[in-house]
Design a protein around this ligand. Structure first.
Ligand code: NAD
Length: 498
């Protein structure tokens, strides 16, 4: 049974530049493919480098005009709240588009869209508070001077985002940037462009001043360098893979742009003997199979203490086999297809390689569907620590498991990674959880759970998982510069030359 078979689709063949819907200069489009049945959903505007340049110019003008960044925080907040309200109003439709484009189950998509609206509301509140908090006095050691630290918008920001949470990833960057008073060019991932274009329509409906938000759909390999090197761009905010993140970092170095990176991970989940088995199974499954495992913070490495290992693995494998796969629009489906053929081939190749290398697959592999990019919930056990299944990100529903003896070994294994995005620990002993949480080398740590994400709390990674933090007040600071304004107020002569 499906939740709702169809909604009429909008026009996705235009770019949103300077408050107007324009065709790409060379009229090009590309296909958006439904990963469930491999059909063409629609055609998307394929921006050229010239279009990207125009989008940057529009954002620059909108910033330099000063209209947007000189509005009060309360005034900017009103736009953000209006955007949030429109997202709420269209929640079912937007969630439906996410399922078509990305393949995820509809309940997850609804959750994402509600979070997207929540993100705009949260940053509306921070924008309002900025009216009072933008300037703070600084106490100086010399009484002849006084000083304030003032936070103000960085300028023109470029956001380049991935396909795993299409609209939510846009919100994580657009909402704080607009709250701060920046103007922006948003480039969504080519696999999932529809809800980004819908965000443009919403911006237009709420009357966002022209040029404040510009949206160019198209290919990162073609548009990326223009957006990340242009001298009129002050800030680049990127979420995506480590290789592209490194490339962007080099490009943005050309004129020392402000840069934030949210990259990949290979996060560990440590489960101690005293854990409740049913709770452990639930959170382990959620940690790796939610969103088909296409989650940067997925706990894709599982460390189980010896005493609980056999019992826990029996239950885990049984429940992984029970996860219902199918169309994201079907009620009760908990695992949809992977986002596209490229990702499907990449995940299958990681599975095939592990099997060819003799690693034991307890369940999973290629799923039995005639069409669509389905991979079953997959679990490998006793994975060697030097095997790529243990060291590199698969970004799919594939769990690598190992045993451990004691706390010290668990911490060592968990931290032995080039990444440091997230980590999770489960135990009935809270003191132990707190200790392990503090020993993890990771930006996000969960105790007795895995993955719940809150707009209020900082998000980002150690090591090669990125630079900077999104969400919460940290997310707003990403789009603010700090300026000191220092005044000499003494009547005394300075007395150096004169
Ligand atoms: P990707 O790096 O291939 O693409 C991400 C974005 O970068 C897309 O919009 C793409 O068009 C663009 N891009 C590609 N080449 C570019 C270039 N040369 N210059 C500029 N932009 C370019 O990643 P993906 O496959 O879309 O997403 C999966 C990856 O993203 C995973 O590694 C995952 O861990 C990571 N991710 C991280 C987070 C996080 O919060 N840390 C969240 C989601 C995804």
């Amino acid at each position: 049974m499906t939740t709702k078979s169809t909604y009429p689709l909008g026009d996705y063949q235009k770019l949103y530049i300077n408050g107007a819907w324009v065709s790409p200069t060379d009229g090009a489009t590309f296909e958006s493919i439904n990963p469930y049945d491999e059909s063409v959903i629609t055609h998307i505007a394929k921006a050229s480098q010239d279009d990207a340049l125009q989008a940057v110019q529009a954002a620059r003008h909108a910033f330099d005009d000063g209209e947007w960044c000189t509005l009060s925080g309360k005034e900017r907040a009103a736009y953000l709240r209006a955007i949030a309200a429109k997202i709420h109003e269209n929640l079912e439709y937007l969630a439906y588009l996410e399922v078509l484009d990305n393949g995820k189950p509809i309940d997850e998509a609804r959750w994402d869209i509600a979070d997207t609206a929540g993100c705009f509301e949260f940053y509306a509140q921070l924008a309002e508070e900025l009216d009072d908090t933008a300037e703070t006095p600084v106490v100086l050691s010399d009484e002849r001077f006084d000083s304030v630290a003032r936070r103000e918008a960085v300028g023109v920001a470029v956001a380049i985002i991935p396909w795993n949470y299409p609209m939510l990833m846009a919100a994580w960057k657009v909402a704080p940037a607009l709250a701060a008073g920046c103007t922006m060019v948003l480039k969504p991932a080519e696999a999932t462009s529809m809800t980004a274009i819908e965000l443009g329509r919403i911006a237009e409906k709420v009357g966002l001043p022209k040029g404040v938000l510009n949206i160019v759909t198209g290919f990162g390999s073609e548009l990326g360098d223009v957006l990340t090197t242009h001298p009129d761009v002050d800030k680049v905010a990127f979420t995506g893979s480590v290789p592209v993140g490194k490339h962007i970092m080099q490009k943005a170095a050309s004129n020392v742009k402000n840069l934030s990176l949210e990259l990949g991970g290979k996060s560990a989940f440590v489960v101690f003997d005293d854990s409740d088995i049913e709770q452990a199974v639930e959170w382990i499954l959620f940690g790796i199979f939610w969103n088909q495992g296409q989650v940067c913070s997925a706990t894709s490495r599982l460390l189980i203490q010896n005493g609980i290992y056999d019992k826990l693995m029996d239950r885990l494998v049984a429940e992984a086999k029970n996860i219902r796969m199918g169309s994201g629009l079907d009620i009760g489906v908990k695992l949809g297809p992977l986002v596209n053929e490229k990702q499907y081939r990449s995940v299958l190749s990681a599975i095939n390689k592990a099997q060819a290398d003799g690693i034991h697959m307890a369940t999973g592999g290629k799923a039995d569907f005639v069409k669509g990019y389905f991979v079953a919930p997959t679990i490998f056990t006793d994975v060697p620590t030097d095997h790529e299944l243990w060291t590199t990100e698969v970004f799919g529903p594939v769990l690598a498991v190992r045993r451990f003896d004691d706390e010290a070994e668990a911490i060592r294994l968990a931290n032995d990674s080039q990444f440091g995005l997230a980590a999770a620990v489960m135990s009935a002993d809270d003191a132990r959880c707190q200790r392990v949480a503090r020993a993890f080398c990771a930006g996000i740590v969960w105790i007795n759970c895995s993955q719940p994400t809150f707009t209020e709390a900082p998000w980002g990674g150690y090591k090669q998982s990125g630079i900077g933090r999104e969400l919460g007040e940290w997310g707003l600071n990403n789009y603010l510069e700090t300026k000191q304004i220092t005044r000499y107020h003494s009547q005394q002569a300075w007395g150096w030359y004169l």
